[in-house]
Write a protein that binds this ligand. Structure first.
Ligand SMILES: Cc1ncc(COP(=O)(O)O)c(C=O)c1O
Length: 430
């Protein structure tokens, strides 16, 4: 008798119905991959191993036999992502954005090193902070490390301009000059505006300091030419998630655009950081799915990313004009896929996010500048990548803004939300 999985299937069917047809999904780190991306994930690759690099030109780079077709797909994914981003180096093996960051930390940093990165209250990802992989580069079992301890990493934060949403390039250069870090990390999770990569990277080069750009959130916007292009502005590595604005499977990537000399100096750190650092076998069934998403972005990336940014700006403006305050008004709210909304006066982030979920609008609560308690944040982070993929445009953003505005104030708009979503269930840009 086969194992009964009907209860599991029922739960999945409910999830699919709820999140694919009823809810308006506005989590900035999420997306729905295309049918083709999903279809190619269910193959024999799911049970295989392929550590190392693909065998190439008769050279053995794998630690396992039986990898000929996996090698073919990995070579294609590697070469085609290089073409998409117009860069020189790629590692497609990290299994997520965090694993890509971990690879750089493991491969490049040593105990006692110093880094400069975004703090979490400036929107930085937790992996950049004291409890993340950068802050705790080396751990001893059973020992909790103090910042600056010999086997940890000294953390300094990127100074911000008074509006709190931009890194202050001049002050950053002064900090780098003072603390002489081994690594500078830019990019973040609440990521509304580009970072001053060109200015900071130019200074870092004079001091021989590499710059890591964490493009987890904005990878798809970079691919579509609608956000800064950090590797062409001078960043050493860019890490990214391949499932946020980049609408692929849940994986990660490291990219570089190094000349031969820089490659010798900085690429081996990424390479050994990935394997045997942060990944061994790398969830092979999702690798062909990455290749599909790369091709989709080659064909539709520019159009898709441009519509995402237009939608985010339009949602920001509509909410703000209705009277639900959106951050960074003086800068046009955003240049990315997300906006930050201040809901402090309606019960703050946690409560309002729950209220929105009761109305089938899915967002996450987020700290805003000046918030001290992460459990009581005053904001919401709202991303439009997924709903843009399902065809929502600026006009639909206007309708959505009104529903959000009402739901935030306690009105029940669930039926209208479901009706709005029902008009946008067919995927575009595929
Ligand atoms: C800036 C940043 N880096 C890294 C990550 C981790 O990415 P992943 O979830 O793909 O591991 C995130 C997650 O949202 C992020 O915001």
């Amino acid at each position: 008798m086969t194992v009964d999985i009907s209860d599991i299937e029922r739960i999945l069917a409910e999830q699919n119905r709820w999140r694919q047809t009823q809810t308006i999904n506005l989590i900035a780190s999420e997306n729905t991959p295309s049918e083709a991306v999903r279809r190619v994930q269910n193959s024999d690759f799911m049970g295989r191993y392929a550590e190392g690099h693909p065998n190439r030109d008769g050279q053995v780079n794998r630690y396992y036999q039986g990898t000929r077709y996996i090698d073919e797909i990995e070579r294609m994914a590697h070469d085609e992502i290089i073409e998409l981003f117009n860069v020189q180096q790629a590692d497609v093996r990290p299994i997520s954005g965090n694993a890509a960051n971990t690879a750089i930390a493991l491969g490049f940093l040593r105990g006692g090193d110093t880094i400069v990165a975004n703090s979490t209250d400036a929107g930085g990802h937790i992996s950049h902070g004291p409890v993340g992989v950068f802050g705790r580069r080396i751990q001893n079992r059973g020992q909790s490390l103090k910042l600056g301890a010999a086997n940890s990493v000294n953390l300094h934060y990127l100074p911000l301009t008074p509006d709190h949403y931009h890194v202050d390039a001049q002050k950053t250069i002064e900090v780098i000059d003072q603390v002489a870090p081994q690594l500078v990390v830019m990019g973040k999770s609440l990521f509304l505006f580009p970072e001053p990569v060109a200015e900071v990277a130019a200074f870092c080069k004079t001091k021989n300091i590499p710059l890591l750009y964490d493009g987890a959130h904005v990878l798809g916007l970079v691919a579509g030419g609608q956000f800064q292009d950090p590797l062409h502005e001078g960043a050493t590595w860019m890490t990214g998630s391949t499932h946020k604005t980049f609408p692929g499977p849940q994986r990660g990537v490291i990219l570089g655009n190094m000349d031969a000399e820089a490659e010798k100096k900085y690429w081996p750190a990424a390479d050994r950081g990935v394997f045997p650092g942060s990944s061994s076998n790398h969830h092979l069934n999702t690798l062909p799915a990455l290749l599909v998403a790369v091709r989709e972005m080659k064909q539709y990336g520019r159009e898709y990313a441009a519509q995402i940014v237009r939608n985010a700006q339009s949602l920001g403006q509509s909410l703000d004009e209705l009277g639900t305050p959106v951050e960074a008004r003086e800068f046009g709210y955003t240049k990315s896929h997300m906006i930050a909304v201040n809901v402090a006066q309606w019960g703050a982030g946690v409560e309002v996010a729950k209220r929105l979920e009761e109305n089938d609008i899915i967002v996450n609560y987020n700290m805003l500048p000046g918030d001290a308690d992460p459990r009581h944040p005053s904001g919401l982070r709202i991303g439009v990548s997924e709903m843009t993929r399902f065809g929502m445009d600026e006009r639909a953003m206007g309708e959505l803004a009104q529903l959000m505005h009402d739901a935030i104030r306690g009105k029940n708009v669930k039926q209208q939300v479901n009706a709005l979503r029902a008009r946008f269930t067919t995927m575009k840009f595929v």
